[in-house]
Ligand binder design. Structure first.
Ligand SMILES: Nc1ncnc2c1ncn2[C@@H]1O[C@H](COP(=O)(O)OP(=O)(O)OP(=O)(O)O)[C@@H](O)[C@H]1O
Length: 346
């Protein structure tokens, strides 16, 4: 991962004529602008591929749209392509094929505008140890060609609970506070799309919860957040939507709630005393599956539904003369879904 400075510098270099004289907007275009932001995704990735000079295909035809104001978690094992994807969107790595638009701006043809919308919080703790919190955050803003705005910097520091530490030298801060400074730096130029690369890697549980609250606060202020993580719990806790990437391919993109609904599916398996040849009549209403050897009946139910239907099923089974000697239940977890997706894709 490149350092924050590398990123800042790249953007700073790109910035100066980003604000140069555009023609005045007509009433129609102004109206279209007012409607567009709500309809248009903040990030739109189409058929994106990356083959490194070594010949390694790190991304293979990625299509992804990120909605304004959502928290999107990108999950994937090591080497799946998460950092490559983020680096392309942030203009740090050149794509081999495909297009990326940030708020409608092409990241190559219109890179200055695209980059000014993005903030990146890198994985590593890279900050200037001798600077104060206030100076380093204000400096980052300046690198983007933005005029000084002490009121905004104050707000960012307050939102991140860094205000009391504004005059502290960064080297005197704890690891968690340093992470917050990285976020403050990434927010200094008022980006609308924030990338957090493994925000809680190696961070203890308490601090992790703290970081989650920080990210939620950011979302509440209108910032769209894309985070990469190895922690499935983090995705479960934070994300509105989850994407799973494996070997350069997006193998799943889904609403978190929908995944949780799947998660809520449970299986009840009844081990029968006497094998059945077929399901007894009168039990057709239940989605039951009989194993091939007729010794097991499996019933899938939704733990989040109001009723599981188990009580009546057991009564009806008893009424049909089906006896069982044992039963077991099992629940699929996001972890299982994730592992099987990643395994199947191999
Ligand atoms: N400059 C490069 N040249 C060749 N291969 C590269 C280069 N950069 C990354 N790769 C390879 O591309 C693949 C994807 O790497 P990437 O860093 O995007 O994965 P990741 O999902 O972010 O992994 P991690 O979770 O470990 O950070 C890896 O196999 C990596 O070795």
């Amino acid at each position: 991962m490149p350092t924050t400075h590398g990123h800042d510098a790249a953007v700073a270099e790109a910035e100066p004529d980003a604000v140069s004289g555009k023609p005045e907007k007509t009433v129609e275009t102004a109206r279209a602008d007012a409607i567009l932001p709500r309809m248009q995704p903040i990030l739109s990735i189409t058929n994106l591929s990356k083959t490194y000079a070594s010949g390694f295909e790190a991304l293979k035809g990625i299509d992804l749209e990120i909605r304004r104001g959502e928290i999107f978690a990108l999950l994937g094992p090591n080497g799946a392509g998460k950092t490559t994807l983020i680096s392309i969107v942030c203009g740090l790595v050149r794509p081999s094929a495909g297009t990326v638009r940030v708020d409608g701006h092409d990241i190559i043809a219109d890179y200055r505008a695209a980059r000014s919308i993005i903030g990146l919080v890198p994985q590593e703790l890279t900050t200037d140890s001798f600077e104060t919190v206030w100076a380093t955050v204000s400096f980052s803003r300046g690198l983007f060609g933005k005029p000084a705005n002490p009121a905004y910097v104050e707000k960012v520091l307050k939102d991140l609970s860094l205000w009391d530490k504004r005059d502290a030298k960064i080297m005197t801060l704890s690891g968690g506070m340093k992470r917050r400074v990285l976020i403050a730096k990434a927010l200094a130029h008022e980006p609308r799309l924030l990338f957090l690369d493994e925000p809680t890697a190696g961070v203890d549980v308490e601090l992790r919860r703290d970081m989650w609250n920080v990210v939620r606060t950011l979302r509440d202020t209108g910032v769209t957040v894309i985070l990469t993580t190895h922690y499935i719990e983090e995705a479960e806790e934070m994300a509105d939507r989850i994407g799973v990437i494996n070997r350069g391919e997006l193998v799943l993109v889904e609403e978190k709630d929908e995944l949780m609904r799947k998660l809520g599916r449970k299986e009840l398996t009844l081990h029968l005393q006497v094998p059945l040849e077929a399901l007894p009549p009168g039990l057709d209403g239940y989605a039951l599956e009989l194993s091939e050897d007729g010794t097991e009946l499996t019933y899938v139910y939704d733990t989040q539904g109001e009723r599981t239907g188990i009580t009546t099923l057991l009564q009806d089974l008893s009424g049909a003369g089906v006896r069982f000697r044992d039963l077991q239940t099992r629940q699929s977890s996001l972890e299982e879904i994730f592992v099987s997706l990643v395994r199947n894709a191999r």
